[in-house]
Design a protein around this ligand. Structure first.
Ligand code: HEM
Length: 243
């Protein structure tokens, strides 16, 4: 092969390589987002069992804990997915900005939704929230006396722990704000996930847009129903439970 043709080949293959790496990142962000979305749906279904009562949610938590290494593997995979999702998301955003020949005009800026413009910030804040959330409810670092909470069957009393957590208005307010950010992030994230996977076309685009919004609203209402019910006293501590 001549030197000229090698140089020509590399010049041609470079952009193709960059494009395929970008596509790979796009798919990764979409698929990792889908996996985390599944977790968020499943976690909500688990958490909503608090409305059935102490025995129900504690039985569920006991079952989760009985998974032992599997539970830690799931937690580990989720954390790695979240870190890579943010990392590639930021890279894609920077690549998009760099590839843009001229800055968006005022009209385009207004047209891009707030959700799409704030994806990086909402994503980073949600990550910070998850770190706090794990420290609070999984590791009990924010309140070590949670470790002493046991139900009448001697199991970890997740029911009372969540109530003690959300009886604090500041913590409940923080959660509600973060659930709102999560909903905003998901409303755009779910839609762009469909786009990255090539599932949207003229027929499906409006439907997927509507679906992404409904999903975000349902998740938001589902999650905030817990701190709100606790603050309103609709879910109460079992008699005699103190910290
Ligand atoms: C009202 C809202 C929420 C409540 C009451 C809640 C409750 C809990 C509880 C009790 C645990 C500890 C489970 C255990 O070890 O027994 C937990 C863990 C966890 N939560 Fe949440 N959660 C809420 C919202 C969220 C949201 C929105 C996310 C994700 C964006 C999330 C992600 C996680 C993760 C990744 C874990 C660690 C995995 C696990 O232990 O299952 N949570 N949550």
């Amino acid at each position: 092969m001549s030197t000229t043709s090698t140089a020509k080949d590399s010049a041609l293959s470079k952009p193709a390589g960059i494009i395929s790496i970008s596509l790979g990142k796009k798919y990764f962000v979409a698929v990792s987002g889908a996996v985390m979305l599944l977790y968020v749906v499943g976690h909500l279904l688990g958490n909503l069992q608090i409305f059935i009562g102490q025995d129900q949610i504690n039985t569920y938590a006991e079952w989760l804990h009985s998974l032992g290494p599997i539970l830690w593997a799931v937690r580990g995979v989720l954390i790695i997915l979240a870190i890579l999702h943010i990392w590639f998301g930021i890279q894609l955003k920077l690549e998009n900005v760099a590839a843009r020949p001229i800055a968006y005009t005022h009209r385009n800026w207004v047209q891009a939704s707030i959700a799409s413009r704030t994806m990086i910030w909402s994503g980073l804040l949600i990550f910070a929230f998850i770190a706090y959330h794990l420290a609070q409810f999984t590791l009990h670092w924010t309140n070590e006396s949670y470790n002493q909470l046991k139900d009448p069957l001697g199991r970890m009393d997740v029911y009372s722990m969540v109530i003690f957590g959300f009886k604090n208005y500041l913590i409940s307010g923080f959660y509600i704000l973060m659930m709102f950010l999560l909903a905003v992030h998901l409303s755009h994230g779910a839609e762009s996930m469909f786009q990255s996977l090539g599932w949207n076309n003229d027929l499906w685009e409006p439907r997927l847009h509507k679906f992404a919004w409904i999903l975000a609203v349902v998740l938001f209402l589902g999650y905030i129903s817990i701190p709100i019910s606790i603050m309103l006293g609709a879910i109460q501590l079992p008699p005699g439970v103190t910290l």
